[in-house]
Design a protein around this ligand. Structure first.
Ligand code: GUN
Length: 287
């Protein structure tokens, strides 16, 4: 068997086009654009690349984008002041503070300062609580993108066994909550899990979000399983480097039923869902 490759790039392009059309209708009805404010503190090159592509994608969807770049030495107080100013700005529907923040800033305090109804990242404890309780809120972009890929691939997920490898607030925990809401039987595995291979072998769905290059081996998988690889790891390759996921892609190809590649799988979905969340925020704030 050779696994189907799940084309996240194409799925994300389709979602972005759909959000662009829906936004055009919103703009005609509301007489204004939806607005996303992105805050970047410091000069981390990877974060700068992400923030630039978020801004570009927002504008490509026809929405208003503003980027606030602050020096690495910015105080927590000054960052909180900016967040509160964005909370009060009626042109701003969504606020995203790019993580990680410099070490002297308390990330949790900054996330908690964002108006939960503008928290398009879905990181605010109120939105985490809404997701855990089955209430309407904002869902973190990466796990929601993974769920969309899974549903497009498998249809109804009800009753399937799913293993989420990783327990972060950004991916693992919300991913598990989403799969549970779809009536999967969910196992959350992490660095202390015993016999991870056996847990993976029992799963119809494997979502890998551990941040360890090629840790999940093909021969761990149940034949025909659907594998979603959230990992983006840069590893040495000859003179240069290359990107690999958390799953040994080549090993998984002959066992899995379907798998996301890295790059071109989950990554492009994250920004597409961010645009979807921003439009949702605009509708909710206008309503
Ligand atoms: N850093 C890495 N991924 C993300 C994300 O999805 N949102 C934010 N705010 N920061 C990130």
């Amino acid at each position: 068997m050779t696994a189907r490759i799940i084309d996240g790039k194409a799925r994300a392009a389709a979602l972005r086009a759909r959000v662009g059309e829906q936004h055009a209708a919103f703009e005609r009805a509301a007489g204004r654009k939806a607005g996303l404010a992105v805050v970047l503190v410091g000069e981390d090159p990877a974060s700068a690349v992400y923030v630039r592509s978020k801004g570009k994608a927002t504008e490509a969807a026809g929405m208003a984008s503003s980027t606030h770049r602050l020096a690495a030495k910015t105080s927590e107080g000054d960052l909180l002041t900016l967040v509160r100013q964005l909370n009060g700005d009626p042109a701003v529907d969504g606020i995203l503070v790019q993580l990680p923040l410099p070490g002297h800033i308390n990330e949790n305090a900054v996330i908690a300062a964002i108006d939960p109804n503008k928290d398009v990242d879905g990181f605010h404890p109120v939105n985490a609580g809404r997701l855990a309780s089955g209430l309407q809120g904002f869902v973190p972009c990466t796990p929601l993108g993974c769920l969309m890929l899974l549903k497009e691939e498998l249809g109804d997920l009800s009753g399937l066994d799913a293993v989420v490898i990783g327990r972060s607030n950004i991916v693992g925990k919300p991913m598990a909550a989403l799969l549970l809401a779809e009536s999967c039987t969910v196992t959350i595995a992490h660095s202390r899990t015993r016999d991870l291979a056996a847990k993976a072998a029992a799963a119809d769905i494997v979502v890998a979000a551990v941040g360890r290059p090629e840790m999940i081996k093909g021969d761990w998988l149940k034949p025909g399983a659907t594998v979603i690889d959230v990992g983006i790891n840069r590893v040495p390759d000859g003179e240069g480097t290359r990107l690999v996921g958390d799953v040994d892609f080549d090993g998984a190809l002959s066992v899995a039923g379907a798998i996301t590649p890295v790059p071109g799988g989950v990554g492009p979905m994250t920004i597409a869902v961010l645009l979807r969340n921003t439009l949702l925020a605009a509708h909710r704030n206008a309503g």
